[in-house]
Design a protein around this ligand. Structure first.
Ligand SMILES: [Zn+2]
Length: 369
């Protein structure tokens, strides 16, 4: 954890100051392992392999950390781990996304879904954030809500090269590839819930969340939470699943896309609630069966392995929540939160880049109040 991150983070409960206790530091003097202490709340938050973990509920990770640093923690028995119950659905969101991203993160996979990091740079430059070069003021601080496997953050650091980037996720796979990401001079990685962020409100030039907030119990509540962290005059980019995407295609291919949509509607609630062992076996079997077919249709076939097929299937069928929204609905969220829409994602640029239709609802708002 780069020491300068301390200037930006605060206690997610009371927004108070955090005091570090360092158990191990790297050659630059940055905290490698240790805790961050909030005295008024009498809480401690672990920092492991350079990644601070601001969850307000306890996980197996806390138990492992406690075992690993038992002697150092003895001095801090007057402060405790947070022990609130997880928010609605939050433990399930954490479990399924940790399972989804762990194999990709562990092996530092080349692909994020079907995209290489170069594809992601182009995607951000031309489709999601095409408005950035037109701004008079430089974007210097960005909060990335939901960093998944981490490659999106690397791509963003190339597109937003004037900005420091703080990437958050609730999935614990981040602990595997986070240290690699943090080697980049402008990137910080934090594990936390988007509903209890360890930052001061109105403190970022840009908050960016692509394909993330619809995987929470309420997309609107997630939107309301993250929208508070943009400074006045700053920007909020959000992309969520679209309500009518499965209705757009006509003919045979349209019929198949609607069958796939129904398969998801029927099976995702069952699979997301199944025991982990069953889920892993299910995705492995279906992955082996479908891999040859998937391989025929994906970009970057040379880099695509069965691991990518299984990852795609997990992303489709394992999240507890996958809400869909209309453009008007999302526009209203922005407007009611004091934003003016300044940009809508570029469907034409997407098709030019990837020879496919763009789906979902993506836009940027500037915060007026
Ligand atoms: Zn506190």
């Amino acid at each position: 954890m780069k020491n300068r991150l301390l200037e930006r983070i605060c206690c997610p409960k009371c927004n108070g100051h955090l005091t570090p206790a360092v158990f191990a530091s790297d050659t630059d003097g940055n905290i490698q392992d240790g805790i961050l202490v909030c005295r008024p709340c009498a809480l401690r938050f672990p920092v492991a392999n350079g990644i601070p973990v601001f969850l307000l509920f306890r996980t197996g990770f806390h138990a492992e950390f406690e075992k690993r640093f038992q002697s150092q923690l003895a001095e801090y028995s007057n402060v405790r781990w947070p022990s609130e119950p997880p928010g609605p659905g939050e433990a399930e969101v954490q479990d399924t996304f940790t399972e989804e991203w762990e194999p990709i993160a562990r092996d530092d996979d080349d692909l994020t879904f079907t995209y290489t990091t170069d594809d992601l740079v182009k995607l951000n430059r031309s489709v999601w954030l095409k408005w950035v070069p037109n701004q008079e003021t430089e974007i210097q601080s960005t909060l990335v809500v939901g960093c998944g496997g981490g490659k999106e953050v690397l791509a963003l650091s190339k597109v937003l090269d004037t900005s420091e980037i703080i990437a958050i996720d609730i999935n614990l796979a981040v602990l595997q590839n986070g240290p690699r990401l943090q080697k980049e001079p402008g990137i910080h990685v934090v594990v936390c819930s988007l509903f209890s962020l360890p930052f001061r409100e109105s403190s970022f030039d840009l908050v960016y969340s692509q394909g993330v907030i619809h995987h929470n119990v309420s997309t609107k509540a997630a939107f309301d939470s993250i929208s508070r962290y943009v400074r006045r005059g700053g920007f909020l980019f959000v992309w969520v699943y679209g309500l009518d995407d499965h209705l757009v295609l006509k003919g045979g291919i349209g019929f198949l896309s609607r069958v796939a949509w129904w398969v998801e509607k029927i099976f995702r609630p069952i699979i997301s609630r199944s025991p982990r062992g069953f889920r892993e076996l299910f995705f492995w079997i279906i992955g082996v069966i479908l891999h040859p077919l998937v391989l025929l249709r994906v970009r970057n076939q040379k880099s695509w392995t069965i691991k990518n097929t299984i990852h795609g299937l997990k992303d489709w069928l394992s999240p507890r929540y996958a809400h869909e929204h209309s453009f008007n609905e999302v526009i209203e969220w922005y407007e009611r939160s004091g934003y003016q829409i300044i940009d809508v994602h570029s469907a034409a640029a997407y098709r030019d880049l990837f020879q496919k239709r763009l789906w979902g609802v993506g836009m940027t708002g500037a915060r007026l109040s």
